[in-house]
Design a protein around this ligand. Structure first.
Ligand SMILES: Cc1cc2nc3c(=O)[nH]c(=O)nc-3n(C[C@H](O)[C@H](O)[C@H](O)COP(=O)(O)OP(=O)(O)OC[C@H]3O[C@@H](n4cnc5c(N)ncnc54)[C@H](O)[C@@H]3O)c2cc1C
Length: 371
């Protein structure tokens, strides 16, 4: 199909910035660019009919690290690095709230809980190190972050205490992404969906982009494709699929908050009188290292079993729906935000805490490309 003169003139000519990927990073980056360069032409290309990676699929934890995660990170990062990681996530969440407002993202500050299964060997060492980690994080929160709490939600087969974190919240993932998309479009930034970038070549001051629909040129190219990054660029990012299920509404549901279970390998929360429950990637790391969406019996059965035996042991429930999303992970927790060549930049590898990091990474990416 030949594009019309009008389509070429109004959508594909004089493009200053082209962003690939309309997840939280790509959209935040485009917003920041528009703020810095109000007259610029910005185009976002998205391969899905909606954003199709992690940003519309996630569990909506507004979190910055459970106690066991912080302790785990200290094995591979210095104290200063861990403090900076937590600070970045907290700053990122604040930027997100500032950009869209708490109501537009459905933010609820119900607190977060870490639960330990009966056989969990981390429990004792987490409780022992709790005070020193609180001390480490004091410069960020100015108050103790983690404390012991008894089993008020009556979960089964877990240790006597949870670790409670009053600073953790939850968002409505769909509301957040719809609000962000609205804001981007209201600023005159164009989004073309169902348009996958296949490759690009740089020459002089421009980049030629080939998509599944058309070819065109842009002054600068910003890649925000997270788990799909290695299809376009050579950075160290592996895809990591994460599976989720959600129950039908449960009458008088007593559970409220965000919950991390078994070193964060599982996570669940309340939403609309339902339980949303995800995780289990560690049951088949190799199989879940994929950009294909899908659910497997092995992981879904384990999620259901934990719902029955740990989370809702005395409450009848039915599963309404299941889905998956694709994350981008790697050896380091830090996102990769860098200039790849004269006119090409990337902000990828958001890991499992992209809600907290996404807007900040988008801002950093915009900053890099506007120097
Ligand atoms: C099930 C699940 C639960 C999660 N839970 C949480 C949570 O509770 N809290 C939290 O903070 N984080 C969570 N995360 C992680 C978080 O969702 C991600 O870190 C974050 O959304 C990453 O945003 P992004 O914009 O970098 O990537 P994405 O949202 O994946 O966006 C990348 C976009 O690029 C598009 N794309 C890829 N290749 C191309 C191409 N060649 N051409 C055009 N477009 C392309 C994709 O379709 C996609 O829309 C979860 C993730 C999953 C999957």
């Amino acid at each position: 199909m030949n594009l019309s003169y009008w389509e070429i003139k109004s959508w594909l000519c004089n493009t200053d910035f082209t962003v690939v990927g309309s997840g939280i990073v790509g959209l935040s980056c485009a917003l920041q660019l528009k703020e810095q360069f109000p007259k610029s032409n910005i185009l976002i290309l998205e391969q899905g009919f909606l954003p199709q990676g992690a940003s519309t699929k996630n569990a909506g934890f507004a979190c910055f690290g459970s106690l066991s995660e912080v302790i785990e990170d200290l094995k591979t990062h210095s104290e200063e690095e861990v403090l900076q990681l937590v600070k970045m996530r907290v700053d990122g969440l604040n930027l997100l709230k500032q950009t869209l407002g708490e109501t537009s993202i459905g933010y609820k500050n119900y607190g977060g809980y870490e639960l330990f299964l009966e056989q969990d060997d981390l429990y004792e060492s987490c409780l022992t190190q709790m005070n020193s980690i609180n001390q480490l994080l004091k410069p960020v929160f100015n108050a103790p972050v983690y404390s012991k709490k008894s089993n008020v939600f009556k979960f089964n087969n877990i240790k006597e205490y949870y670790v409670f974190n009053p600073f953790e919240g939850q968002i409505d993932t769909g509301l957040l992404m719809a609000s962000l998309l609205n804001k981007v479009q209201s600023k005159g930034i164009k989004i073309i969906n169902n348009c996958g970038v296949e490759n690009f070549t740089e020459s002089g001051n421009s980049v030629k982009i080939k998509t599944n629909l058309f070819e065109f040129s842009t002054s600068k190219l910003l890649i925000a494709t997270n788990g799909f990054a290695s299809q376009l660029i050579g950075e160290e990012v592996k895809p990591a699929r994460a599976q989720v299920l959600i129950t039908k509404p449960i009458k008088d549901l007593h559970i409220k908050g965000t919950f991390h279970l078994d070193k964060g390998y599982y996570y669940f929360r309340n939403i609309d009188n339902r339980i949303l429950f995800g995780g289990g990637r560690h049951l088949d790391f190799k199989g879940e290292e994929t950009t294909e969406f899908g659910e497997t019996e092995q992981i879904q059965n384990r999620l259901e079993e934990l719902l029955k035996t740990v989370i809702l042991p005395n409450t009848p429930f039915e599963i309404e729906h299941r889905w998956s999303g694709i994350m981008g992970v790697g050896g380091q927790k830090k996102a990769i935000v860098k200039q790849l060549s004269n006119q090409v930049f990337c902000g990828v590898r958001l890991g499992g805490m992209g809600i907290a990091m996404g807007s900040l990474v988008g801002k950093e990416l915009a900053g890099l490309s506007s120097c």
